[in-house]
Design a protein around this ligand. Structure first.
Ligand SMILES: *[C@@H]1O[C@H](CO)[C@@H](O)[C@H](O)[C@H]1NC(C)=O
Ligand SMILES: *[C@@H]1O[C@H](CO)[C@@H](O)[C@H](O)[C@H]1NC(C)=O
Length: 452
């Protein structure tokens, strides 16, 4: 029964649960080439900027102003059938008439940004370095997911890079656009999945001179940084995530045990985040319809989203509404204004629209949720990298420490929040920053006490 339901969510993920292959490092080529053949690689690190082209803005405004009349929603539907078309015109006219493109471009360029070519792809990244200091400088890679972007981290970046008297270290941040997302190049051939991106970002860190570093990620960023912790345990000094996921056969087994004997698996006060399993699965199925489409035919939906800003806005903002809190779906406006500003959400849309990157971004699902990728064995493999998971109340999935530590053998702690959802960096930047610092302090203590 369970497997049948899971296979509705994603056939290939269900298959991987049943196989749980051993980690095969040689299946990942550390120098695999993703760019055009025969390209001469420029290994320099060049300053880069986010740029909203005037032609692009004019065309976008034209499309927003000339949208067709949408079908009215069902009575009282809120967001239960998807983005409510009554809520759409306000957003479209805001984007076309009020969103201050040039001012937001300046805002988005407030942190130093660079490009460098890794394995054939120009990777765009924010890089906040520290002035000369007597304190230890600690590098931290922050990775976003879909349908997010580097924009998710803008409120956090100044807090994380601030020099605080109470700490004996300062943080340098590296915040890249995933390949195919935003201002980073997309692969020109199949196969650049989460595991391959883990290799690519390790190579980015090496290019910047970091051979030991810390990781933080949410959504795909959580998955990719998790893969980095599995693949490069001697380089990764600590792994912090706001989405701890262990998608292995063992984890499934323990989850089933907990369905019968919850006290063996989960703290009683958190049991309702995972059980009853039928509720969890029903909610996952409701929230992940897009997953199967992206994992199988990304380019088809990509055509619509690249042609229609109204479609793109509805598709992406509906995800923001639901991922913050499923209860938002009963609200006429999806509750978006309760959590985010219009600027924040449209900045993020610009990362997809302005770069025509929707299609190339969602290919990550197809490139990761397939048999060849699962055969690498990253999902089932464990790691000894010290790990810390912050768990928002309405995050997609909840797994208790007993299950998380099947994969993350040195799970130092979890921070359990009774608020917050999937986009924690944008929803509660201060809370996420605090958790990152708690974790960094704990990782550093752990290394002092566990000298090899
Ligand atoms: C590991 O991957 C390599 C390259 O894809 C493949 O040739 C090899 O057979 C795999 N090893 C195992 C044990 O599956
Ligand atoms: C884990 O985190 C909680 C909440 O932040 C804290 O109260 C507890 O002392 C921590 N435990 C350890 C072992 O660090």
């Amino acid at each position: 029964m369970l497997v049948i339901i899971l296979s509705l969510v994603s056939t290939s993920w269900a298959q991987s649960f049943l196989q749980s292959p051993k980690l095969n490092r040689s299946a990942l080529d550390l120098n695999e080439w993703w760019g055009p053949p025969g390209m001469i690689q420029d290994e320099s690190i060049r300053p880069a900027r986010i740029f909203f082209d005037d032609e692009m803005i004019k065309d976008l405004q034209y499309r927003l102003r000339n949208h067709i009349t949408f079908q009215p929603p069902l009575e009282g539907a809120g967001f239960t059938y998807g983005f409510n078309s009554d809520a759409l015109p306000d957003w479209l006219s805001y984007w076309a008439e009020e969103y201050p493109f040039k001012q937001r471009e300046e805002f988005l360029n407030q942190f130093p940004q660079y490009k460098t070519n890794i394995q054939g792809l120009d990777i765009h990244f924010i890089w906040v370095r520290q002035p000369p200091t007597h304190k230890e400088v600690v590098p931290l890679l922050l990775l976003h997911g879909w349908p997010g972007s580097i924009r998710e981290f803008y409120e956090m970046i100044p807090m994380v890079t601030a020099d605080d008297d109470s700490r004996d270290f300062v943080v340098e941040l590296i915040v890249p656009c995933l390949p195919g997302f935003g201002f980073s190049d997309a692969a020109t051939r199949p196969g650049l999945g989460g595991g391959q991106m883990a290799v690519l970002f390790r190579n980015l860190m090496h290019r910047l001179g970091y051979t030991k570093y810390y990781l933080q990620g949410g959504d795909w960023g959580a998955i990719i940084t998790g893969f980095m912790a599995v693949l490069f345990p001697r380089e990764v000094l600590g792994y912090h995530t706001n989405w701890g996921v262990v998608p292995s056969l063992e984890a499934l087994g323990l989850t089933l045990v907990g369905a019968v004997f919850p006290h063996l698996v989960i703290p009683p006060e958190l049991a309702s985040r995972l059980y009853p399993l039928t509720d969890t699965l029903a909610s996952l199925i409701e929230k992940t319809g897009y997953f199967h489409e992206h994992a199988t035919k990304p380019d088809t939906v990509g055509i619509a989203m690249t042609d229609s800003p109204a479609g793109l806005l509805a598709y992406i903002l509906e995800k923001f509404s639901g991922a913050v809190d499923a209860a938002n779906k009963v609200l006429p406006d999806g509750g978006l204004h309760n959590t985010f500003t219009r600027e924040q959400l449209v900045d993020n849309l610009m990362m997809y629209w302005g770069t025509r990157s929707f299609t190339t971004a969602i290919r990550i699902y197809a490139e990761t949720a397939n048999r060849k990728h699962y055969a690498v064995g990253l999902e089932g493999a464990s790691t000894k990298v010290p790990t810390w998971v912050v768990q928002a109340k309405t995050e997609f999935t909840y797994q208790p420490p007993e299950i998380l530590s099947l994969k993350y053998r040195n799970l130092l702690n979890t921070t359990v929040l009774d608020f917050g959802g999937h986009f924690l960096a944008l929803e509660h930047p201060q809370v996420l920053t605090c958790s990152v610092f708690e974790a960094l302090e704990a990782f550093r203590r752990w290394h002092r006490n566990n000298v090899e």
